[in-house]
Design a protein around this ligand. Sequence first.
Ligand code: NAD
Length: 500
Amino acid sequence: MTTEFTHFIGGEHVKGTSGRFADVFNPATGEVQARVPLASVAELDHAVTIAAAAQPKWAATNPQRRARVLMAFVGLLNRDMDKLAKALSREHGKTIPDAKGDVQRGLEVVEYCIGAPELLKGEYTDGAGPGIDIYSMRQALGVTAGITPFNFPAMIPMWMFAPAIACGNAFILKPSERDPSVPLMLAELLEEAGLPKGIIQVVNGDKEAVDAIIDNETIQSIGFVGSTPIAEYIYGRGCSNGKRVQCFGGAKNHMIIMPDADLDQAADALIGAGYGAAGERCMAISVAVPVGEETADRLIEKLIPRIEKLRVGPYTSGDDIDYGPVVTAAAKANILKMIEGGIAAGADLVVDGRGFKLQGYEDGFFVGPHLFDRVTPDMEIYQKEIFGPVLSCVRAASYEEALGLAMDHEMGNGTAIFTRDGDAARDFASRVNVGMIGINVPIPVPLAYHTFGGWKKSVFGDLNQHGPDAFKFYTRTKTVTSRWPSGIKQGGEFNFKAMD
Ligand code: NAD
């Protein structure tokens, strides 16, 4: 019998009542392994009512006690790491080491949020005028919500709920309907760690639940991570409803390879950054930009044998595979359609993975690795995010042309330059209009105590994810100006008259 997931509302597993469900696949076999309920407006609103009732007490719990819950949660994540990674791989398709990385990068943000007592400390100006002091405090927003994508079902929910909870908010998570297991497990673990009921809730669903979040008047803020069209939609409608909203969208990350770069190092980096997790990462490199024809020829020569050695298979193969299937049959069909479009547009498909088949897994959503050379900026494979194991090489005649490509693209999540020239690297980092830059680092995901976020169409909103920005996003500043006319005379004698 197929497993039927629940919601996690008020500290309980609750069956869906809308009568609508989505299938959850095992991408390696193509089989439906479970179904997930899709919440109605009434179910979402019910969760919000419970959250609103529980939140004031949690906000009044001192930050150190709140941090202790997160500390205990970190212990439980480490205890259950293998279990979480297995559940994640089974629904997402990524390898077990990748799945552990997914949990680990979320866990690191939870660790950062244990610093809440320090991070929530306010500001104080003593003696701003005669007897006047000014102080600012950071207060919780109330009920907050997050909508997350399929590709990091552990990390991204933790990037949102850890700071939200640390700041004293209640949090409603609407995870991707493709891989709901891990978000539900995380909510259970938080409760085991001592989080009061109603402070974290998981409401599964699709557009109906998302729209219910946007329109619910009690919800104060929305965090979103996913594709750009949905990010733009949620940001526009959420802001016009008066909410605080931050939305992180898609990407098309360029890696510039200068003629002086160590080309073996650059080629190895492109293999990991272009094909790891089947290219289903918002920080994946999808465009290689070698500078100069000679650099391009040598790079392609080094890439081809490395790509041909990539091992593609199910997560159950353990360390013997480099990447797994993509998430759904629809995702696979879209990637293959984009590849056909690239060929038709005249790009040179130098590694063709279209015929890839895996014995025993014929119905799985596997896509072999592809490499396009001589891609040009007018092609759809260059302009759009493919989100699959497909790397495009755009040859640039000069550094300025390469920089211009990264700058003119509408996406601006991450980018990298490979070079031995400090001057070129410094110039690139300073001029490029992209949010996260790698210098000889292909996937420059900042650690938890810095912030994460792109520019241009990769983001809608002002503040980044995690790091100090998260504590700003999940709190409001209140500033008090107080005046206590001094009753103390010089010399220390108390002057009651001055107090009249
Ligand atoms: P998606 O946009 O399809 O879905 C994201 C969330 O939005 C899911 O919870 C989904 O249920 C919901 N959703 C889908 N369609 C909707 C609609 N019409 N109205 C309202 N809500 C809707 O994204 P995905 O396929 O799950 O994830 C992949 C995308 O996420 C890629 O574009 C990737 O680049 C991006 N991403 C970005 C970042 C970042 O930090 N910038 C990180 C990870 C993933």
